[in-house]
Design a protein. Structure first.
Length: 131
């Protein structure tokens, strides 16, 4: 007998499968990386542009989560609303890439502690979109 969430069952009946939402093929990983890189570049340039035009420190606390939400949501749409830890990690890395792109863009913003807090909030939002 095997213990399952609904009680004891025989080994053949107890085969637990992953939900289809969490079954991600390599094609979806490639799609997530491609869309993530594109969104990271676009959002990074926008983050740098807005950060240089409106140099208010507290505005950064809104821009980071907005970038994380955009990257997480578009990545989720690109992979047909699949979820999983790997997809969440891809979104987190792409949010960090967007921050770096905004930092080194020609009109990039300066480095501040609030930017790191904003980046952490952005990564949190991106991960929760795909977790």
């Amino acid at each position: 007998m095997v213990q399952t969430p609904v009680g004891a069952r025989c080994p053949d009946c107890a085969r637990l499968y992953k939900l289809p939402t969490y079954q991600v093929s390599p094609k979806y990983y490639l799609r997530a990386i491609g869309v993530g890189v594109g969104m990271a570049l676009g959002c990074g340039f926008l983050w740098g542009l807005i950060g240089s035009w409106l140099p208010y420190f507290y505005l950064s606390l809104l821009l980071g989560p907005a970038v994380g939400y955009a990257i997480g949501e578009i990545t989720s749409l690109a992979v047909n609303r699949k979820r999983g830890r790997s997809l969440a990690a891809i979104a987190a890395v792409m949010t960090a890439v967007a921050y770096l792109v905004g930092l080194v863009s020609p009109w990039g913003f300066g480095f501040h502690l609030l930017d790191l807090i904003s980046l952490a909030l952005g990564i949190f939002v991106a991960v929760t979109r795909l977790r």
